[in-house]
Design a protein around this ligand. Structure first.
Ligand code: AMP
Length: 272
């Protein structure tokens, strides 16, 4: 992978990397489009990273379809797909971790201990493998984005982090490889997350409800549709510190289980 990137660099070409866990959907493809619009060459990485899954999470059953992904990358005009094996990425005696210790603590970090350590470690390794000038991440994983930006700054990675907006199904559900797990009923009920977030945006901008009341309203809506709320929080979009007033760039982030499937979604509300 490094030889490929170094060859491109010798020719003066810029490289954008799009890290993914595969089972690609329109959300991933929009990241590839963004990458292509910004750089001369696009590398898509496909790696279901074992170190970011907890012991009781879905690593084994995470959906995989390499051939389909490869074709989608080709039709999306990616220049290369980097799909290492877990053994290549983690030699048996690997003992070095990259750990961000502030932004990783709250939100998903609370319910998924070790998750962000796995993410930052693998993303650092993927940056070192692909030698990119830029890397594109989705707003869908808002906390991951904040953590990776912080890691890139703190460790002096010489690259630009580019953000791409959340791509949604026509009815509003945020696209996710995990949506495949949902039964038809769960799929219908899962819509309550995005709907609750959209009406929360309206509540923040146009109602007299305070932040706590708005959060409780989101929780009630998700619960009313059978979702088991993991968290709903309002935080500053950059620092991820709790937002208690209706001001600045507020990230409203939610995580909830529908059946065994944990879904996340968020919305950023710019309060003028
Ligand atoms: P994943 O394969 O789920 O690890 O996601 C790989 C990248 O795609 C991450 O930067 C995600 O934030 C991004 N992504 C996943 N789903 C979406 C979506 N619905 N819209 C935009 N980006 C997404």
């Amino acid at each position: 992978m490094q030889s490929f990137s170094k060859e491109l660099k010798k020719k003066g070409k810029s490289i954008a990397v799009v890290p993914t866990m595969g089972f690609l959907h329109e959300g991933h493809l929009s990241l590839i489009d963004t990458a292509r619009s910004k750089a001369d060459a696009v590398v898509v990485t496909i790696f279901v990273n074992p170190t970011q899954f907890g012991p009781n999470e879905d690593f084994e059953k995470y959906p995989r379809d390499f051939e389909r992904d490869r074709q989608l990358c080709e039709s999306g005009k990616a220049d290369a797909v980097f799909a290492p094996s877990p053994e290549e990425m983690y030699p048996g005696n690997a003992s070095t971790w990259v750990s961000e210790e502030d932004l990783s603590r709250g939100l998903c970090g609370k319910s998924r201990p070790g998750h962000f350590r796995g993410v930052t470690t693998v993303v650092a390794k993927l940056f070192n493998a692909t030698l990119p000038d830029m890397a594109v991440f989705g707003q869908k994983d808002a906390q991951q984005l904040a953590v990776i930006k912080r890691m890139a700054r703190d460790l002096n990675f010489s690259l630009e982090i580019i953000v791409a907006p959340i791509v949604r199904e026509k009815d509003g559900l945020a696209m996710s490889s995990r949506n495949k797990y949902l039964s038809p009923d769960e799929r219908k009920n899962a819509l309550s997350i995005s709907q609750a977030l959209f009406s929360a945006e309206n509540d923040v901008k146009n109602s007299r409800l305070n932040i706590e009341e708005i959060i409780n309203k989101i929780k009630s809506k998700i619960s009313a549709f059978g979702g088991k709320v993991d968290y709903v929080e309002a935080v500053d979009a950059d620092t991820l510190k709790p937002a208690t007033e209706k001001e600045g760039r507020i990230l409203l982030a939610a995580a909830a289980f529908f059946g065994p499937t944990r879904l996340i979604d968020n919305i950023i509300i710019d309060v003028k």
